[in-house]
Design a protein. Structure first.
Length: 331
């Protein structure tokens, strides 16, 4: 089923090459929730898990396998912009990856640079990928700018495509963010020049690569390699689910389109040729960065004052993504 016109898509992405996978993914989330969702932290009902969009398709009513072990499944998370800089407080999907490990999966977080540009991080991701042992399925799970880094890796190092079965993007910076143009020059100067103890400077390369102009120019020349399946899980949330620290950026983006997650427009999160899994009912950071799971004093302060809506059922989210892909591959 193709993606209906009611779902916004950046003009750089061919709508007729997208697939609407919302119905089946919702069924998988619902089945996992019914089976063990209540036993996991930050549990959410399936209704509260998603933001309802226009033209929601009907479910398939096909039973969902919720018990097959994930043995032989290799999951590589790719962090987003500045994640390395705050990893001492929260790292990319650590809660979700730990859950997948209990089910038998092998997981890792690619060592990309928090302030590195796409070329630098593509090189790092390539090196991490080629060092992996063989697996039944290898799934790359990039978050935010990690999606741009992953696509650049596939373009610059085409030999990596045979090592990947699927790329499942989470709130991906596919087409850039309008916040690039809205951010004041002083803030870009700070990112470019101010030293931080936990992440090196790269002369503003990351911010440059987040611009819509840079990303769309890349997409215009990019073709997804044959054999790599792609999925886009996005987020779009109302003000009541937006963390206080992101309300200014949320309001700025809402002047363009209310369907945003505080950092990205929904339309800019969808990868070319992908299966659209839906829009999560949480903000951009809550999808992947578990600040609320860190009991330390600084993390508690950040969560209380700035990321007060950080709680989300990330374990169910990543398990549903993996089981969706396993089902599609017949594994």
């Amino acid at each position: 089923m193709s993606l209906p016109d009611a779902i916004p898509v950046n003009p750089a992405i061919a709508r007729d090459q997208l697939t609407d996978g919302r119905a089946r993914f919702r069924e998988i989330v619902a089945a996992l929730n019914d089976d063990h969702g209540a036993d996991l932290p930050d549990a959410r009902s399936t209704q509260d898990f998603f933001t309802t969009l226009a033209d929601e398709p009907q479910g398939t009513a096909i039973p969902v396998d919720v018990s097959t072990p994930l043995d032989g499944i290799n999951i590589i998370a790719v962090p987003g912009f500045l994640t390395e800089c705050v990893a001492f407080l929260a790292d990319c999907l650590t809660d979700g990856l730990a859950h997948l490990q209990t089910l038998g999966a092998r997981t890792s977080i690619a060592p990309v640079a928090g302030r590195g540009g796409c070329d630098e991080n593509a090189r790092r991701l390539r090196n991490h990928l080629v060092a992996q042992d063989d697996a039944r399925l290898t799934i790359v799970l990039p978050m935010s700018k990690g999606t741009a880094d992953t696509l650049v890796m596939l373009a610059k190092y085409p030999e990596t495509a045979v090592r990947i079965d699927a790329v499942a993007s989470l709130v991906g910076c596919v087409c850039g963010s309008p916040l690039h143009g809205l951010a004041p020059d002083w803030l870009k100067w700070v990112e470019r020049t101010v030293p931080l103890p936990t992440c090196a400077r790269f002369g503003g390369a990351a911010v440059h690569d987040l611009s819509p102009e840079t990303r769309v120019a890349f997409l215009n020349a990019f073709r997804m390699p044959e054999g790599v399946r792609t999925y886009s899980l996005c987020a779009a949330v109302g003000a009541e689910e937006m963390s206080a620290g992101m309300m200014p950026s949320y309001r700025a983006l809402s002047r363009i389109d209310r369907l945003n997650d505080g950092q990205m427009l929904l339309a800019d999160q969808i990868m070319p040729g992908s299966t659209f899994l839906g829009a999560l009912n949480c903000d951009h950071i809550a999808t992947a960065m578990p600040f609320n799971r860190n009991p330390g004093a600084l993390a508690r302060f950040v969560t209380r004052r700035f990321l007060d809506r950080n709680a989300f059922a990330r374990e169910i989210m990543v398990e549903a993504m993996v089981r969706q892909i396993m089902e599609d591959f017949g594994v």
